[in-house]
Design a binder for this molecule. Structure first.
Ligand SMILES: C[S@@+](CC[C@H](N)C(=O)[O-])C[C@H]1O[C@@H](n2cnc3c(N)ncnc32)[C@H](O)[C@@H]1O
Length: 232
């Protein structure tokens, strides 16, 4: 399927444009056939999905580890992997059907800097550590932060792609965020002059070296409660 790319896409992706175009085709054909992308999204795959995600790269420093939580069909993680070969990206996705598609994309697009991790973000603590966590359309901010902040190194940031309600969602979540782990949070807009409207992101940056003691998966009993340390 040939999807006409907006002029801005060639500028945005530069020498990575052909790879981005191939990924957009994979979304439009296999992604739709397998029910990962709604058919009505096809005409707006470039604008609303691929480019909208790509501009988040403005908020990611060079050469860091990125975890993309709830990648689905690869947004934004695959797009960032295409545009930024300097990043090491782990796509975290629990659903088998989606991880199969993601692995196929990574292989077909030759993305040596991207790996797929099947599982839930809240179970990845101790297994995945990153400087940046990204997420789009995965969970309300407080819940998302509960999964993401324990995975981050000091000064690392969660970049949550949110719509126009970002400021209101952050205002409602602010107290809960700080209880989870000391952090600063703000709404930023990325992609000015590249996408219209610019992409709205809630950025939550952790200010301490380690997360407060939430139990890891291995510390939990089958009933879900944390095992208590033996008193000495
Ligand atoms: C609405 S989709 C969004 C997918 C993609 N980020 C996008 O913007 O198109 C939400 C995704 O989050 C995944 N998800 C749900 N709970 C999760 C969890 N606890 N940890 C990681 N991913 C999760 C779902 O399986 C699904 O693929």
């Amino acid at each position: 399927m040939e999807l006409s790319a907006p002029d801005g896409a060639r500028t945005l992706f530069g020498e990575r444009f052909a790879t981005a175009a191939r990924y957009t085709e994979l979304l439009a054909v296999a992604g739709v056939e397998r029910g990962l992308i709604g058919p009505r999204e096809v005409p707006r795959l470039w604008d609303r999905h691929v480019m909208n995600c790509a501009v988040v790269e403005e908020a990611i420093p060079a050469g860091v580890d990125v975890v993309d939580i709830g990648s689905g069909a690869g947004l934004p993680g695959v797009v960032l992997g295409i545009l930024r070969p300097d990043l090491s990206i782990t796509l975290v996705e629990p659903l088998l059907r989606r991880t199969v598609f993601l692995r196929e994309c990574v292989a077909e697009l030759g993305l040596d800097n991207v790996v797929v991790h099947r599982g839930r973000a809240e179970d990845a603590r101790g297994e995945i550590t990153a400087d940046i966590a990204t997420a789009r359309a995965v969970a309300p901010l407080t819940r998302l932060a509960g999964w993401a902040l324990p995975l981050l190194r000091k000064d690392g940031s969660l970049l949550a792609l949110k719509g126009e309600q970002a400021a209101a969602e952050l205002a409602a979540a602010r107290k809960d965020l700080s209880k989870q782990r000391p952090c600063v949070a703000e709404v930023i807009r990325v992609g000015h002059g590249k996408v219209d409207p610019a992409t709205t992101v809630v950025r939550v940056t952790v200010t301490t070296g380690s997360a407060q003691a939430a139990p890891t998966k291995s510390q939990r009993t089958p009933g879900g409660r944390a095992k208590r340390g033996r008193k000495r």
